[in-house]
Design a protein around this ligand. Structure first.
Ligand SMILES: Nc1ncnc2c1ncn2[C@@H]1O[C@H](COP(=O)(O)OP(=O)(O)OP(=O)(O)O)[C@@H](O)[C@H]1O
Length: 799
């Protein structure tokens, strides 16, 4: 068949399918119209139709049955309405582009079948034949995983073998085939070229039409309890994670819903960036969270918590301050597995000695002294578990508190409070009094009867004691803050608990820093997780059994300690950890540098590691330049897409830097670029740059802060650490000088910043260029040195 005939035949099929979809939409809309009308009317009539008769007790039962029945009908109709609405949404998506791929597969002994793949399946009107297969269906795996020739796929636990005779890709828009070609080994470089050459968007896009084989493995992995994905910058880790969520929701439809899947992301803006992918695939969004949000929820009422960005600002800009080295060492130590072990041993030790309690306070005095609590705690049998011992102690304290309360009835303060009771409270006391005297208003009728005054005293004392009882029940008398501080106050204790007796060299200094900060009511980021861990070891672990899948994006930025925490928090969940150790920008990051601690999390037999080395985001030129900056970068394979070489401009004065930078950015704005980032090292630098550059550009640049909730198109000025995970058409590194980026810890930050660029990368340097760029081969970038303002000629964006 000629190419033209082939095209015409496919177009005919597209026409048929779109008309089927159109009809189906019409039919459901017609039905939904009815249902919607029904629901609206039922809502309106709800209160009229049910028999409302509360006058006589017998009728109450009838009324509630009638109400229940009505509401059940309403619920059922609303449910149907919702389903139909979802179905219409799905069909409308199919109408725009019914499918993107076709495979012809002949099961051995059978004729070849044509399988068309789209974002949802579509059956013919008798529900007999698939007109479109969902991309997640078992047979669709052939499209992503196999090349023409003998091939097989797994369905219902058996392997179906046969011959793949065709693999075809389509671009269909508004019912018309825009392009169509047959592909071989990988899924069309041509299509991928086209997709990747587009300009970036304010929202991430789904990649179902061009999922690559190694990404497909991540998406469909079903075996491991922990799936680790180590992938180069721009290799599609986040994309794979999101399509994986869609796959799991399809595979376990009816068993798992979107609210049982949680994605931990690096910052709130990233949440907005990825939030449209699942809806685009016709699925509901998963739960999105940041680890900091979780810490805030658990500890925010006790301390002012430092967030990871504040910590990083300190790390990046306070190197010359006193105590810097000690804190850096502290960050490392407190995020280590060793510290987690130390805390675990500490808890064991506390079973024998060393517990610290708070005295039980009431009206400024101690009802029970802390020392008494300690004595009581250690008087229990040593074989009783910590949790049980604390429960015994709690009950003992509650009894003592109740006794103390009784002793207060005759006190003057109670008298005074009674005087202050209002009319309503008096009435309450009186009603209780009646209830206790059996309704007999004559107190002499019951010798034991309490006087009204007693009841009021009881009420007063009881309401005063209420918060204390709550506090006791929550075991807040265990002084977890002091217990944590003790680890730093008592060096010999810490040494004893480390096993080998070694502590960081700046122990004394970092201990003082820790204690001083806690005294101020603050918890440094590196202390939050260990502190919470100790508290949970003492008071019991919180866990969420509902969540079935946890995704941790940018997993290299979590300490092994934090990942272990997440595992405990979601005991019934499988975990997918995605990261790139070359982008580990935090001082505590270590998780994916060495997968060892991660393997320990679920055990090696439950863990699988998949590596992605192909980078899709940036042009070949940008990847060739940036991969030289990081160890192992030679393994990163750029996707075959060309652009301009990265440009470097070195200037002598800051004012010149702004002039050149603004002129270059303006050039791109004029050329119609919609997504441009000026990436700075810190928030402080971003703010300063924003002040100076605003007014120099025709499009006002947007300053991105850690609280910025959404990602938009335009010109952004952004600190490197907030640009994690997102991408821009053009990236301008504000000041890539040696002064800004030369320490090893800054290498990854600089690399992360540069790898945000899809099409253009331009680095400016005030003074000397950072060695991370200067050490790249001369032919991988263009270099300009600008001595004075007039000499500005820049290679960026040249046609
Ligand atoms: N198979 C694919 N088809 C089309 N586009 C893809 C594919 N894989 C990745 N991309 C594109 O490459 C870019 C980078 O993808 P993504 O953000 O998922 O990578 P990442 O590994 O999470 O990056 P980083 O670690 O640098 O943040 C995105 O624009 C994404 O759409």
């Amino acid at each position: 068949m000629s190419k033209e005939q082939d095209w015409a035949e496919e177009q005919l099929r597209v026409d048929e399918i779109t008309s089927v979809i159109g009809e189906r939409i019409g039919k459901i809309e017609h039905e939904v119209g009815f249902v919607r009308k029904d629901v609206v009317e039922m809502r309106r009539e709800f209160w009229d139709e049910v028999t409302m008769n509360f006058m006589e007790e017998v009728d109450l039962g009838e009324t509630s049955i009638s109400m229940r029945q009505q509401s059940e009908v309403l619920f059922e109709r609303e449910h149907r309405h919702k389903n139909s609405a979802e179905e219409i949404k799905r069909l409308r998506k199919l109408l725009q582009s019914p499918y993107f791929g076709r495979i012809d597969f002949a099961e051995y002994g059978n004729e070849p079948e044509r399988i068309y793949l789209g974002i949802a399946s579509l059956l013919d009107k008798d529900d007999n034949e698939f007109l479109i297969y969902d991309w997640r269906a078992p047979i669709s795996n052939l499209y992503y995983d196999s090349t023409p020739g003998p091939a097989s796929y797994r369905s219902l636990n058996s392997e179906i073998e046969g011959e793949l005779t065709l693999k075809r890709q389509f671009g269909i828009r508004d019912g018309k085939i825009r392009f169509m070609f047959d592909t071989g080994i990988t899924i069309g470089d041509e299509l991928l070229q086209a997709v990747l050459s587009r300009s970036s968007d304010a929202q991430m896009k789904s990649i179902v039409a061009t999922i690559q084989k190694e990404q497909n493995r991540i998406i469909r992995d079903d075996r491991s309890q922990l799936l680790i994905v180590q992938g180069a910058a721009g290799s599609g880790k986040t994309s794979a994670a999101l399509q994986r969520v869609a796959y799991l929701l399809y595979k376990y439809r009816g068993q798992i819903s979107a609210d049982q899947v949680v994605l931990f992301s690096p910052n709130p803006m990233f949440n907005s960036y990825v939030s449209t992918v699942l809806p685009e695939l016709g699925e509901e969004n998963m739960v999105q969270a940041t680890f900091q949000e979780y810490l805030e929820r658990r500890l925010g009422h006790e301390f002012k918590l430092e967030d990871p960005f504040e910590q990083l600002e300190y790390v990046l800009s306070s190197a010359s301050e006193p105590g810097y080295d000690a804190r850096m060492e502290g960050i490392q130590f407190k995020s280590s597995d060793q510290f987690m072990q130390l805390i675990t041993s500490y808890k064991e030790m506390l079973l024998q000695e060393g517990m610290i309690f708070k005295s039980i306070p009431f009206r400024g005095k101690a009802v029970i002294a802390a020392s008494q609590l300690k004595q009581k705690f250690y008087s229990y049998d040593a074989s009783i578990k910590l949790a049980n011992r604390l429960a015994l102690l709690r009950d003992w304290v509650l009894k003592a508190v109740a006794r103390h309360g009784k002793e207060q009835y005759g006190e003057l303060w109670v008298e005074e409070q009674i005087e202050l009771l209002d009319q309503e409270q008096y009435q309450q006391a009186y009603e209780r009094y009646l209830a206790m005297t059996g309704g007999d208003e004559d107190p002499s009728a019951s010798e034991q009867a309490l006087s009204e005054r007693d009841i009021m005293a009881r009420m007063v004392v009881s309401s005063k004691l209420k918060p204390l009882r709550k506090w006791v029940k929550a075991l807040r008398f265990v002084d977890t803050t002091s217990l944590y501080c003790e680890l730093f106050r008592n060096e010999s204790l810490a040494r004893r608990l480390t096993g080998d007796g070694t502590l960081p060299s700046y122990w004394h200094q970092l201990s003082n820093q820790t204690i001083d900060r806690i005294k101020e009511g603050e918890l440094a980021y590196e202390d939050s997780t260990p502190y919470l861990y100790l508290r949970e070891l003492m008071l019991g672990f919180h866990s969420n059994n509902g969540i079935r899948y946890v995704f941790v994006d940018e997993a290299q930025d979590y300490s092994p300690f934090q990942l272990a925490f997440l595992r405990r928090l979601f005991p019934r969940a499988k975990m997918t950890a995605l990261g790139d150790f070359n982008q580990a920008i935090y001082a505590h990051s270590s998780a994916l540098q060495d997968a060892g601690p991660l393997y320990a999390l679920y055990g090696p037999e439950q863990t699988e590691l998949i590596s992605l080395t192909r980078s899709y985001r940036s042009t070949q030129e940008i990847v060739t330049f940036t991969r030289g900056m990081v160890p192992g970068g030679e393994h990163i394979v750029p996707f075959n897409r060309s652009g301009e070489k990265p440009a470097v401009t070195v200037v002598k004065e800051r004012s010149v830097l702004h002039e050149v930078l603004a002129a270059d950015v303006q050039k791109l704005i004029d050329q119609g670029y919609e997504s441009i980032a000026i990436i700075c090292k810190t928030a402080k630098e971003s703010e300063a740059a924003h002040k100076l550059l605003t007014g120099m550009l025709t499009a006002a640049p947007r300053l991105i802060k850690k609280t910025t909730p959404n990602f938009e198109k335009g010109v952004h000025i952004i600190p490197a650490y907030l640009a994690k995970g997102v991408e821009f058409d053009a990236v301008f590194i504000y000041n890539g000088s040696k002064k800004q980026y030369s320490r090893e810890s800054e290498r990854k930050l600089f690399y992360t910043a540069c790898t945000r660029a899809m099409h253009l990368l331009h680095i400016y340097a005030l003074g000397e260029l950072t060695p991370f760029a200067a050490s790249q081969p001369d032919d991988t970038y263009t270099y300009v040195r600008v001595e004075a303002k007039d000499a500005v000629t820049s290679p960026v964006g040249q046609d």
